[in-house]
Design a protein around this ligand. Structure first.
Ligand code: NAD
Length: 355
């Protein structure tokens, strides 16, 4: 039976990838893409979907309870996938208020609207509320500690991760207290198409192509687990189809890299592409490889982020054992697809950059 999905934050990086993934995989479903279009939201991310049958864009803030409730009612939504968030750790350090407003108050408001629509009538309506969260809620790991598992104690260290942790708890409580049918996933760092160029991988790619410095925090030794964004979408899909209500699933790539190694990989990979494809030098004349240089020479070590977590790693054993999850992309293939996308979509990223 066709579903009716409300996807919050659908014009952002992962939300947009999810909506494209879902439309391709379940073309008969109705998708309502809701987004406040903050600096991180971009309707261009939904190009190709707008105007297609059973696709609706709603420009709204998740804190707007009446509008969210009206949207749930109008489209008879049965599945809500909640991506909307303030998501950049650096911004949470300089301006935490927006993180509290959207990630905590916004999630609360969304839960209230969902509860009113699905559980407020004479008979509860069939439904699922899936909450998308991050591995950052678990805090930081020592070098050889095992990866985060679902029963790990929460130890959020930044205003971003603290606000996401609070939202996870609100989602959990709405299940235990009110019986809302919720699932939550906590995922590691994503990369891929439509990634806003303030984040490490797209920032490096677009800076190399423009011959600009590549800032690396501290000595670049902080470690993250990286997952191709479509593999995250596949994980959420599995949780929606087969996950147990009330449960949390960690999603990861078993793919740990220190920041400096990622930046060097991107430098070497783009240099290689310039040597192999003569047309790139004409398109991006300021890239080091266009003028006989090396992208690695753009690397600059900058003062470390305040409270910078040392290492994140995910133990994805539960989703793999219980739901049969495994990422489809290796890091090599995922990075290649990402570089291909940024090279082919300069018209998307250029307007998002200052200057
Ligand atoms: P993003 O910043 O690219 O997109 C967030 C989207 O939410 C934007 O389109 C923005 O306009 C929208 N939004 C922000 N505030 C809103 C509000 N009040 N009402 C409605 N819409 C609003 O973020 P992302 O990287 O796509 O992350 C999506 C979700 O996945 C977040 O919840 C994040 O915590 C989580 N997550 C991200 C990663 C990652 O590596 N990017 C990893 C794990 C989990």
């Amino acid at each position: 039976m066709a579903r009716s999905l409300l996807v919050t934050g659908a014009a952002g990086f992962i939300g947009a990838n999810f909506v494209h993934y879902w439309r391709q995989r379940y073309p008969g479903d109705c998708i309502v893409a809701l987004d406040a279009l903050t600096y991180a939201g971009n309707r261009a991310n939904l190009a190709g979907l707008e105007g297609s049958p059973d696709f609706y864009f709603v420009h709204a803030n998740i804190c707007d309870y009446p509008q969210v409730l009206a949207t749930l009612r109008e489209h008879r939504v049965d599945t809500l996938v909640h991506f909307a968030a303030e998501s950049h750790v650096d911004r949470s350090i300089t301006g935490p208020d927006a993180f509290i407003a959207t990630n905590i108050v916004g999630t609360h408001s969304l839960l209230q609207a969902a509860r009113e629509y699905w559980l407020g009538g004479a008979q509860p309506l069939p439904h699922r509320f899936h909450h998308v969260s991050t591995d950052e809620v678990y805090g930081s790991l020592a070098p050889d500690a095992p990866g985060f598992h679902e029963a790990q104690q929460y130890q959020p260290n930044s205003p971003y991760s603290a606000s996401k942790a609070a939202s996870d708890h609100l989602v959990r409580a709405s299940h235990h207290t009110y019986g809302l049918q919720v699932t939550t996933s906590n995922c590691s760092n994503n990369y891929g198409p439509w990634h806003f160029p303030e984040k490490l991988i797209p920032l490096c790619l677009t800076n190399i192509l423009r011959g600009l410095p590549l800032p690396v925090y501290g000595d670049g030794s902080n470690i993250r687990d990286w997952l191709y964004v479509e593999d995250h979408c596949r994980g959420i899909d599995l949780v929606l189809q087969r996950g147990t209500v009330g449960e949390t699933y960690n999603i990861g790539g078993n793919n740990e890299w220190c920041n400096l190694a990622i930046v060097e990989l991107l430098c070497d990979e783009l240099d290689r592409r310039f040597h192999a494809e003569g047309t790139l030098a004409a398109r991006f004349p300021r890239a080091p490889a266009a003028i006989g240089g090396r992208a690695r020479d753009l690397i600059r070590f900058v003062e470390d982020r305040a409270g910078h977590d040392w290492r994140y790693a995910i133990d994805a054993g539960k989703i793999s054992r219980e739901l049969g999850y495994a990422p489809a992309e290796t890091f090599e293939t995922g990075i290649r697809r990402t570089i291909d996308w940024y090279l082919a979509n300069e018209a998307w990223w250029r307007p998002l950059l200052p200057g």
